[in-house]
Design a protein. Structure first.
Length: 234
């Protein structure tokens, strides 16, 4: 049966995000099961995945025609290029199968002495290292690992007392959000008082200015003074 993309495809040179958005801990699980068992490489793969597709199952990027007039598509959560004709659309848009196909590409690059991620533009241009992807990837891997360990049997404390986990999944989510909010409060406090400010600190403020010549400046000052006088007389 021929695969039919279930959404309207964008025009060449454009992309779109469709379908279910997979959570980082679920992306961590399927990539780990696909073979990304090294912790650092698992985090990097999640950063790449999130930078490429935000985790959307039917993410698609239709590239502009190349010099031979061929239009390639980047497909699914891992944006697997249709240049890899061995990866079918069915596989590319099925997240667990896509993760397996991604690991095949990664392993081939590793055998060639590379990092393993050279097939992804998000890796090559460094976007995968942006904080938003790194933050979500690290928390996703942590939650996947914590969830896995929570499912393991724990010995009883004693013959009469069973051990009961106080933690629930996702483990890292609550603590991560609290830390994030505390960081926002710290940044807010740092803006009080006097001192040097970075561009990031001052990004909340928008300033507009206009250039005027000397005569225009004097006319504006006179108009403002006249208006102030009239207001006082009233």
């Amino acid at each position: 049966m021929t695969f039919v993309f279930p959404y309207p495809k964008p025009d060449p040179g454009k992309g779109a995000l469709f379908g279910k958005q997979w959570q980082p801990r679920d992306l961590a699980r399927i990539h780990y099961e696909a073979g990304f068992t090294d912790a650092m490489d698992l985090v990097v793969m999640l950063c790449v995945c999130l930078s490429e597709s935000q985790g959307y199952q039917y993410a698609i990027n239709v590239n502009k025609p190349n010099k031979n007039g061929i239009v390639y598509e980047d497909r699914g959560i891992d944006q697997l290029s249709s240049q890899h004709t061995e990866i079918t659309d069915e596989e590319a848009y099925d997240p667990p199968e896509a993760a397996k196909a991604a690991h095949v590409l990664y392993a081939a690059r590793k055998r060639a002495g590379q990092s393993g991620f050279e097939d992804w533009y998000g890796f090559l241009n460094g976007i995968y290292l942006h904080d938003t992807y790194l933050q979500r990837a690290v928390v996703g891997v942590a939650n996947f690992m914590g969830e896995t360990l929570l499912s393991e049997p724990v010995p009883d404390i004693s013959a009469d007392t069973a051990y009961v986990h106080r933690l629930t999944t996702p483990i890292a989510d609550y603590h991560h959000r609290v830390a994030e909010q505390l960081a926002h409060l710290d940044r807010g406090r740092s803006m009080l008082g006097w001192g040097n400010r970075t561009i990031d600190d001052m990004a909340h403020m928008w300033l507009n200015y206009y250039s005027v010549d000397e005569n225009d400046f004097k006319a504006r000052v006179a108009a403002r003074a006249s208006k102030s006088t009239n207001n006082q007389q009233q």
